[in-house]
Design a binder for this molecule. Structure first.
Ligand code: MSP
Length: 673
């Protein structure tokens, strides 16, 4: 029996889980399930990444301790995976003792091997990506997320990454190590361009694992996080059972990641492993992003889709099938509720669901619920053999595509068999044969229904890792018991036994009507903002991100308006007006009026959506200083969260907005009072 070890990245606990996270987890779960069916001793790991400055700040903003905050969000991930039936064998949290001790052990080992030294780091850092941005100047944006980097000057520990340039390039010579090819090429050219030593500790905050023998420093969160892949299976433990597990499962067979974290996994991670004399993972596989409304789903953009919404309305299998069938693995793919429901209906309800119900219902009706077998050779037709051959070919092709992570093509192949059997049923009209009592017709009917049921059995077994719930039900309905016991390696045509007694036949994928899309959309809208979504677009003429251009009382419940309509200075002080610098400006798709901007307000970069597209071309705004109402409740415009309002004068008559600005130089974040 061979072993198979697969990992997801561990998810940051600064944001609640969304379908982007579910995508990676589902892909890994599917692979793990297939390997279990192939008889491999499979270990599937996922977990949460809980240390670092980003989490510390997020907790602070939520007025919680980092531990409380991490506990809450980590448990959301865990519960969601449970609800979805994710088959992970362990769930590691980087705040667990077992992890902390073992990370320190790894650090020690690399230090003892001479690859860690003390030095001073001065440069730019992106807290959002927990990334040192080499070569950036103060005020420069992070190349990954576009947020403004922060200047860091620290005494800390460095890892001799530069010592591994040649060895890494040697490792990349294996074409299976980094996939897909495009990512491999990017990594090779990055490493060829030269590697600088990497700071691997921080000293200005404390939410992390202390550096062994120097508790004033905490280990850099990416070192801590990457190590989870070995700490979870026992690396650094003195416990014999854990050591055994590590020996058995490491190196990992597949480490699945999103494309934005390729550098950490394909450069730093293998270098850390080499420095500790540990073997490298066999494959690091990067997938693309799930886009919603044309941009990467993320909390800060306010365009996330929660998994729970889809589970409530269509179930986990629908999401799993959609993501793996619709998105070409490795590339970015768009998510929409329309496309989800369309796929669900065409491939699941009308596809495998319909094939199962019509085939099994006819076996019930014409053969009292027992799988028939053709009684003599004369009842065979070339079409029967065509289906049998196609099924055999499907088993092979499905495996080939699947093993190359081409899930979409694997499913396409399996569903081509579903379509062929559907056509076969229509052409052979078993319902007409069922009306006749002569022996030839009975025999022909038996052949047609046997062929259909056997093809259904094969598709069901192949699709089980992708749609586990529905296929388990179909398997029971076929009278075959527990689908988990299937030995996929032996799957072949002709194994369905004559006389197998069917289970109770019930629809597995009821058709979804149009209201499913609306229901899911509504559920998401309600979640995204507690503020009623009164407008879909900002009406001209305002630069306001708010519902109306008319002056609106801000936080009316806390202002004391005097009888002559005046407010006190204290009331005015409640409005947090700040100087901001526009870093990113772009049109909001399908809107003439809205621009989406990222505005640096000193302490952070805010996404603001404003109705100024008719007055300002986006490129003219980059670098411009503006005034922001920084403490306005967020609201959603065209699905984008707007976190603040840009102040503008509204011209009499045309209503054209004119942005407020400054004649002298002012730093971002300066308060207006
Ligand atoms: N904590 C780090 C990873 C450390 S691994 C040692 C991290 N966490 S994350 O929560 O921001 O993202 C983790 C993974 O979630 C991504 O690599 C990706 O696999 C998945 N995704 C998050 N958003 C996604 C999309 N919008 N689309 C597809 N996958 C996405 O990075």
């Amino acid at each position: 029996m061979s072993k198979f070890y697969i990992t997801t990245p561990i998810y940051y606990v600064n944001a609640r889980p969304h379908i982007g996270h579910a995508y990676t987890t589902i892909a890994c779960d599917t692979i793990a399930r297939r390997h279990r069916m192939l008889g491999d001793d499979t270990f599937f790991l996922t977990g949460t990444d809980e240390h670092g400055q980003k989490i510390e700040r997020a907790a602070e903003a939520a007025a919680k301790t980092p531990q409380q905050y991490a506990d809450e969000i980590s448990s959301e991930f865990r519960q969601l995976w449970k609800r979805m039936g994710i088959s992970n064998d362990d769930f590691i949290r980087t705040t667990e003792e077992r992890h902390k001790k073992r990370v320190q052990e790894l650090f020690r080992r690399i230090r003892d091997n001479g690859y860690i030294y003390q030095g001073t780091y001065t440069g730019q850092y992106c807290v959002y990506d927990e990334l040192y941005v080499d070569g950036a100047q103060p005020g420069d944006p992070c190349p990954t997320c576009g947020r403004i980097t922060e200047t860091v000057h620290e005494e800390n520990y460095f890892f001799k990454l530069s010592a591994f340039q040649d060895k890494l390039l040697e490792a990349y010579a294996n074409p299976d190590f980094i996939r897909p090819e495009t990512r491999r090429n990017e990594v090779i050219s990055f490493v060829r361009s030269g590697l600088r030593d990497q700071s691997i500790s921080r000293s200005v905050f404390s939410w992390g694992i202390p550096v062994p023998d120097d508790p004033k420093q905490v280990i850099y969160v990416w070192f801590d996080a990457l190590a989870n892949y070995i700490t979870a299976i026992g690396y650094g433990s003195s416990h014999p059972g854990a050591q055994e597990a590590f020996k058995k499962y490491w190196p990992a067979d597949v480490q699945m990641i999103g494309k934005e974290i390729v550098r950490f996994h394909c450069v730093y991670w293998p270098a850390f492993l080499m420095a500790a004399n540990l073997p490298l993972p066999k494959a690091i596989v990067a997938h693309g992003w799930l886009l919603f409304e044309e941009s990467k789903m993320s909390k800060s953009r306010g365009n996330i889709v929660r998994t729970e919404t889809i589970l409530d309305v269509l179930g986990a299998d629908a999401l799993r099938y959609f993501l793996l069938r619709e998105v070409v693995f490795g590339q970015d793919g768009s998510f929409s509720f329309d496309a989800l429901v369309q796929r669900y209906n065409s491939d699941l309800a009308n596809g495998i669901g319909n094939l199962a119900s019509r085939t099994l219902t006819m076996i019930n009706r014409y053969f009292r619920g027992e799988v028939p077998y053709p009684s003599h050779a004369a009842s065979r037709r070339p079409a029967d053999d065509t289906i049998a051959k196609l099924a055999q070919k499907t088993i092979r092709e499905f495996a080939n595509f699947f093993d190359q992570f081409q899930f979409s093509r694997a499913l396409e192949t399996a569903w081509a068999l579903v379509a062929a059997v559907d056509k076969y049923i229509v052409e052979n009209e078993p319902w007409s044969l069922g009306e006749k009592q002569d022996e030839d017709s009975r025999s022909r009917l038996a052949t047609v229904l046997y062929t259909s049921a056997e093809a259904l059995r094969i598709v069901t077994a192949l699709a089980h890792p992708v749609i586990p719930d529905a296929t388990a039900k179909i398997w029971m309905q076929l009278g075959l018991g527990d689908i988990q016991k299937v030995a996929l390696k032996e799957l072949a045509w002709g194994q369905l036994h004559l006389g197998t007694r069917l289970g109770e036949v019930q629809p597995v994928f009821p058709r979804a009507d149009k209201s499913a899309v609306e229901r899911m959309q509504q559920m998401e809208d309600q979640q995204r903002t507690s503020v009623a979504d009164e407008v879909k677009d900002t009406p001209s003429p305002a630069a306001s991100t708010q519902a109306s251009t008319k002056a609106q009382p801000i936080a009316p419940s806390v202002t004391n308006v005097t009888p002559d309509g005046k407010i006190t200075i204290d009331d005015f002080a409640k409005i947090d007006l700040r100087v901001g610098v526009v870093k990113v400006a772009e049109r909001v798709p399908k809107s003439d009026k809205l621009l989406r901007m990222e505005v640096d307000i000193g302490s952070e970069v805010r996404q603001v959506v404003a109705g100024i597209a008719e007055a300002y071309a986006p490129e003219t705004l980059i670098g411009r200083k503006v005034v922001i109402v920084a403490n306005l409740a967020p609201r959603k415009l065209r699905g984008l969260e707007s976190n603040g309002m840009i102040v503008a004068a509204s011209l009499e008559g045309s209503g054209r907005p004119v942005l407020a600005g400054f004649l002298e130089d002012v730093p971002p974040g300066a308060r207006l009072k």
